[in-house]
Design a protein around this ligand. Structure first.
Ligand code: FMN
Length: 189
């Protein structure tokens, strides 16, 4: 497919439609390496991707549950179980991390965050080009320092997303995304 067409047709796949198989190790390596070409002011490589393998999912689910219970002690058990489920469901789960160099003379934190986001999008686009479905998810768990610490992040690291990846279930079909046709806007001074 032509690259412009590929970009225009990119879309997310809801986690409930992502099934096995997940990318294999070779495909995963291609995806993670696609991040290397993200635009990066100062070449700081301010990102890190942490794959949460299937055998670690129960521990991640427990971390999510503990984080929510600490923040909202009166959370209903049913909601806590739904929180646990988020860690268990995707065939592949990659934590996208902004790994900052604070007080950098040329590259403020915001630019480092933006680069990490661009890197995450590259990983997703690479997965899409290999035929997999993806979705970038966050929610309050992602911005919770308790979760970040549990994942082993350092103080200057920030979780920016939980990238869910898998094969798109065969019983779902996606309409071609209805993208806006926007007119080009020029600054007139
Ligand atoms: C930083 C970021 C965080 C997001 N967090 C969530 C989320 O927590 N829950 C959700 O349903 N969608 C979230 N989204 C949106 C989806 O990833 C997706 O982009 C959206 O559903 C639109 O679908 P599309 O990508 O097919 O256009 C997030 C997107 C970004 C860029």
């Amino acid at each position: 497919m032509d690259i412009i067409e590929f970009i225009n047709q990119r879309h997310s796949t809801p986690p409930k439609h992502l099934v096995a198989p997940a990318p294999n190790v070779d495909e995963l390596a291609l995806m993670i390496n696609a991040a290397e070409s993200a635009p990066d002011h100062g070449s700081l490589k301010p990102w890190r991707f942490l794959v949460i393998d299937t055998e670690q999912r129960a521990a991640l689910g427990e971390l999510f549950v503990q984080a929510l219970a600490r923040k909202e002690p009166s959370t209903e058990p049913e909601l806590l179980e739904r929180e646990r489920e988020r860690a268990l469901r995707p065939p592949m789960l990659i934590a996208a991390i902004a790994s900052l160099t604070p007080n950098h003379p040329k590259t403020p934190d915001i630019e480092q965050f933006l680069t990490a986001a661009a890197a995450a999008e590259h990983v997703m686009l690479a997965a899409n080009s290999l035929g997999f479905g993806t979705i970038w998810l966050t929610g309050s768990r992602v911005y919770d320092r308790y979760v970040m610490t549990g994942l082993g992040l350092q103080a200057d690291e920030h979780l920016i997303g939980l990238i869910n990846i898998g094969t798109v279930a065969s019983n779902v079909s996606f309409k071609t995304p209805n993208r806006r046709i926007v007119s080009v806007e020029f600054w007139r001074g």
